[in-house]
Design a protein around this ligand. Structure first.
Ligand SMILES: [Zn+2]
Length: 383
C-alpha cells in the first residue's frame, strides 16, 4: 500500500486553501453558536426573552415556547448569516457553484422555515413530556424522538430534499440495466434510482443512498451522470449499493438511538441540577432550552471523531462491495480521481484532519485500497 500512496497525485495549493477555509468557517460557526448559548444562560437574557414572549401574547405555555424559539432562531440566524454568505462567496470564488445570489437567498429562507417547523415540533414535544412526566420525561421523549427520526428518514427524499432540488427517475436504459444486474447479484432490490438536478446550483458531483423502506433510493447528481462514463457511474452505483446491502442506514439509526438515549439521560441530569442550583425555578421553565441545546452540542462535538470513524468504516465496506461487484476496479479509480478534481477535495488531508472531520476515508487511501484489491483479484494486474 505504501508505494501507491506516493504515486497518488499531490493536492493543488488551491484544494488545500479551499478546504482549509471551509474547515475554519465550520469551526467559527460552531464557536459562535456555542458562545451564543453560553451568553444566553450566563447573562440571564434567556429569561428575559421568555418574559418578552409572555408579555407579547399573554400566559399560554405552548405559544410562549413557540415565540421564544422564534426569538432564538432569528438571533442565531442573524449571528450566522455572515458565515453563510461567506460560504456562498467561497463556492463561487473557487468556481464550484453556479448559484445566483437570489437563488441562494431563497434557499436560506426555505432552510430557515424548515428549521423553524422542525424545531417547533421538537421543542413542543420536549416540553410537553417534561411537564407531564418530570422524572421519566427523558425516556419518553427519547422514544418519541426515535419515532420522529424514522418518520423523517422516510419522508426526507420525498418531502424535504425536493424543497431544495429537483429529482426525476433515471431515464438512462443502459444504466438502469446495469443497476438491475448489480442489485440482482447482491440479492437485493433498490426501489429506484433518481437523477438529482444538482447542476442548477453546483458544479460538484455527488451520489447517495437515502430514505427508508418504500422511499429508499439511490440519487445520482446530473453533474455526475452527464460527465462520467457508464463504467464509472456503475462503479459509483456499486458503492451506493454497498451501503444498501450492508444496511448502513438502519445501522446508523441504531447507533443514533443509543447516543440519543445517553444524551437525554445527560440532559435530564443537567436540568435537574440547574433547578437544584436555583438557576431555574422549575424543570418546565423553557428558558432552560439553551442548556438542553448545550448538552446536545457538547455531546455531538465529543462524539464527532467516533461517529466519523464509524462512517469511514461503513464507507470502506461499501468500497469493498463495489470492488467485488464490478468487472474491474479501474473505473472506480478513475471516477474517484474525477470526483476529487471536480469537488476540489483533498486527496491527502493531514492525519488529524481526517480523524476529526472526515466522514469518508482520504481519497488517497480509497485509491490505494482499490489498486491493492485489483492486484490481488484481477487477472491483469493494474499499474
Ligand atoms: Zn458512501
Amino acid at each position: 500500500m505504501g508505494e501507491d500512496l506516493t504515486s497518488v497525485q499531490a493536492d493543488s495549493p488551491e484544494a488545500h486553501r479551499y478546504n482549509r477555509i471551509r474547515r475554519w468557517l465550520g469551526i467559527a460557526d460552531f464557536v459562535i453558536g456555542f458562545a451564543f448559548l453560553v451568553v444566553l444562560l450566563v447573562t440571564g437574557w434567556s429569561g428575559w426573552l421568555r418574559d418578552l414572549a409572555i408579555k407579547m401574547v399573554g400566559q399560554h405555555y405552548s405559544l410562549n415556547l413557540l415565540l421564544y424559539l422564534v426569538f432564538l432562531l432569528v438571533i442565531s440566524k442573524a449571528l450566522g448569516i455572515g458565515f453563510d454568505y461567506y460560504g456562498f462567496r467561497l463556492e463561487r470564488g473557487f468556481k464550484l457553484s453556479t448559484q445566483r445570489f437570489r437563488s441562494w437567498a431563497w434557499d436560506e429562507v426555505k432552510g430557515f422555515l424548515v428549521g423553524l417547523v422542525m424545531g417547533s415540533v421538537v421543542v413542543e414535544l420536549l416540553y410537553f413530556t417534561i411537564r407531564q412526566w418530570p422524572q421519566q420525561w427523558w425516556m419518553i421523549a427519547w422514544a418519541l424522538f426515535m419515532v420522529l427520526f424514522i418518520v423523517l428518514a422516510q419522508l426526507a427524499p420525498v418531502v424535504l430534499f425536493p424543497i431544495f432540488y429537483k429529482f426525476e427517475p433515471l431515464d438512462n436504459e443502459d444504466l438502469r440495466r446495469r443497476l438491475v444486474v448489480l442489485s440482482e447479484r447482491a440479492g437485493t432490490r433498490v426501489r429506484g434510482v433518481y437523477r438529482w438536478k444538482l447542476s442548477e446550483k453546483s458544479k460538484k458531483a455527488n451520489a447517495a443512498l437515502t430514505g427508508l423502506g418504500a422511499t429508499r433510493r439511490i440519487i445520482l447528481a446530473d453533474t455526475l451522470l452527464d460527465n462520467y462514463s457508464p463504467e464509472e457511474i456503475e462503479a459509483v452505483l456499486a458503492h451506493e449499493l454497498g451501503h444498501h446491502v450492508h444496511r448502513h442506514i438502519l445501522k446508523s439509526i441504531f447507533v443514533q438511538a443509543g447516543i440519543t438515549l445517553f444524551g437525554f439521560w445527560a440532559a435530564n441530569w443537567v436540568l435537574h441540577y440547574s433547578v437544584d442550583q436555583h438557576m431555574f425555578e422549575e424543570l418546565s421553565d423553557f428558558a432552560n432550552l439553551p442548556l438542553l441545546a448545550l448538552v446536545s452540542v457538547v455531546l455531538s462535538f465529543l462524539l464527532m471523531p467516533a461517529l466519523n470513524a464509524y462512517s469511514r468504516f461503513n464507507e470502506r465496506q461499501a468500497d469493498r462491495y463495489a470492488f467485488e461487484s464490478i468487472a474491474s476496479v479501474e473505473p472506480f479509480i478513475s471516477s474517484m480521481n474525477k470526483l476529487a478534481e471536480q469537488n476540489l477535495a483533498e486527496r491527502t488531508p493531514s492525519k488529524w484532519v481526517e480523524w476529526f472531520f472526515h466522514s469518508h476515508p482520504a481519497i488517497s487511501r480509497r485509491l490505494a485500497a482499490a489498486k491493492d484489491w485489483g492486484r490481488k483479484h484481477e487477472i491483469h494486474p493494474l499499474v
